[in-house]
Design a protein around this ligand. Structure first.
Ligand SMILES: [Zn+2]
Length: 108
């Protein structure tokens, strides 16, 4: 079973049931949030974003486009709130990872 990440508290957990076995949307076992995505998808979208940042000047990263493209390509549908939270998390994680000082950060 796949590992999932909760976009509300960053909790990583193992899925115990497959999608078809679930009676309702998957939830974080810690905070019961429904805003969870497979961690493999999260890493994929982050890698793609970093690749694009290396090719384009920072500040104009089309994070929305990247998230949309990766998830559409994988056939995964995200709710608007999950997309928002995912963009927020990607933005924070990427700026931390690339050591971009806070003062130089643009707004999402
Ligand atoms: Zn959670």
């Amino acid at each position: 079973m796949e590992d999932y990440i909760c976009l509300d508290d960053n909790h990583v957990f193992k899925a115990r049931k497959s999608h078809s076995e679930l009676a309702k949307p998957r939830q974080c076992p810690k905070c019961w949030s429904y805003h969870v995505i497979p961690i493999s998808e999260y890493l994929k979208v982050k890698q793609k974003a970093i690749e694009l940042i290396n090719k384009t000047p920072f500040g104009i990263i089309p994070l929305w486009d990247i998230v949309q493209a990766v998830f559409l390509e994988r056939g995964i549908r995200l709710s608007p709130i999950v997309t928002l939270k995912l963009c927020r998390k990607l933005y924070d994680d990427i700026t931390n990872e690339l050591n971009i000082p806070k003062a130089e950060r643009g707004e999402l």
